[in-house]
Design a protein around this ligand. Structure first.
Ligand code: 2P0
Length: 342
């Protein structure tokens, strides 16, 4: 045994992820247990990432956290408190010592680009490593990220990652599983169109809770649509069947936004530009005579277009023709799914 250090520090980068079968609705709000399984593409962290540094020291008087340079009130954040408690409950390291967390995103926070996913994945992973938490089953660390933010559990692996809803009340089986690494389908790319970088009006947490309480369509979707769609989506990814993959993604995005309209009072995440992008993609595919582009929208107006590398230039040219960038802005940029988790 080496003597205890007085201070230890670790920095990690974590990618965000884009769901193609959407998580929307919780059966347990304290543990972020979902009403349906979901599956996502992990985005190359060169493009969309959170970098988080965690430090423990016996000189620290309290736990503190800075997000994008601003200090947050850790004691007021139940989510952060839960993540800290879950990590500390699984470790005998650094007992009694406080932790400082510094986290920076390289993309708009809370604009529907899954910033909480990258953030809590980075926090859970960094703390898990710093505290030397050993997983007692594959995916256990992802359950800690999940308690921070549901979609974060899918950011702990690269490639194509499923979050199985699980059935246990304690959430131990509601964790992430890698369906295939990004190397399986490196030609698959995403094109992100930032329609707005403003913070969304209705948070995902609040929106999905109202949806669970009021939308019969959401209940139907969870019970009768998603289970078969998960199987079809995983099969399409494994076969690299782009048309099937993109069509399922578009249908699932549309159904998710339909449940938002079915929520009472209704929630509108898409705007006129988002709807114009949807019409553009269908017109583009029609003109091509095959499905070369797909789309998916999260809880915001920004479009994530799905495309294979061989059609990326054609797709980007068409996008820029129909949606010219404002002078001086970075209207769009190409990402590739992460090749590996660092
Ligand atoms: C998803 N979204 O599957 C879906 C699709 C947005 C639309 O997961 O309350 O930030 O922290 O568990 O994970 C956004 O919800 O919500 C989300 P919490 P989260 O990516």
């Amino acid at each position: 045994h080496t003597p205890r250090a007085l201070m230890a520090q670790l920095t990690v980068a974590s990618p965000t992820n884009i769901a193609v079968i959407k998580y929307w609705g919780k059966r347990d709000t304290a543990l972020n247990l979902p009403i349906n399984s979901s599956v996502s593409l992990t985005i190359n962290q060169a493009d969309l990432r959170t970098v988080t540094t965690v430090t423990v020291s016996k000189d620290f008087e309290k736990d503190r956290l800075w997000l994008n340079g601003e200090e947050e009130d850790v004691s007021a954040s139940k989510r952060v408190q839960k993540v800290f408690a879950m990590v500390r409950g699984r470790s005998r390291q650094w007992e009694g010592m406080k932790v400082h967390v510094v986290s920076v995103n390289n993309f708009p926070t809370a604009a529907g680009l899954a910033s909480s996913a990258a953030g809590y994945a980075a926090l859970a992973f960094a703390l898990g490593k710093l505290y030397a938490v050993e997983e007692s089953y594959p995916g256990e660390l992802s359950t800690i990220a999940r308690v921070g933010s549901g979609s974060a559990c899918r950011s702990l692996a690269g490639g194509f990652v499923a979050w199985d809803m699980g059935s246990r009340e304690d959430g131990a089986d509601s964790c992430a599983r890698q369906v295939a690494p990004a190397e399986h389908w490196p030609e698959l790319q995403v094109l992100i169109l930032v329609v707005s970088d403003k913070k969304k009006a209705v948070s995902s947490t609040a929106g999905m809770q109202t949806a669970v309480e009021t939308s019969p369509l959401l209940a139907h979707r969870a019970a009768h649509v998603v289970p078969a769609r998960m199987l079809a989506m995983e099969a399409a990814y494994l076969k690299k069947d782009f048309a099937a993959f993109a069509q399922l993604a578009m249908q699932d995005s549309n159904q998710f936004h339909a449940t938002c309209l079915d929520t009472f009072p209704p929630i509108f995440y898409l705007n006129d530009v988002s709807r114009a992008v949807i019409q553009f993609v269908h017109a583009f595919n029609s003109a091509c005579g095959e499905t070369r582009m797909g789309y998916t929208f999260d809880a915001g107006p920004n479009a994530v277009l799905l495309v294979q590398q061989q059609h990326a230039v054609q797709a980007l040219a068409a996008v820029l023709t129909h949606f010219p960038a404002e002078p001086g802005s970075e209207a769009s940029y190409v990402n590739r799914p992460a090749m590996q988790q660092e």
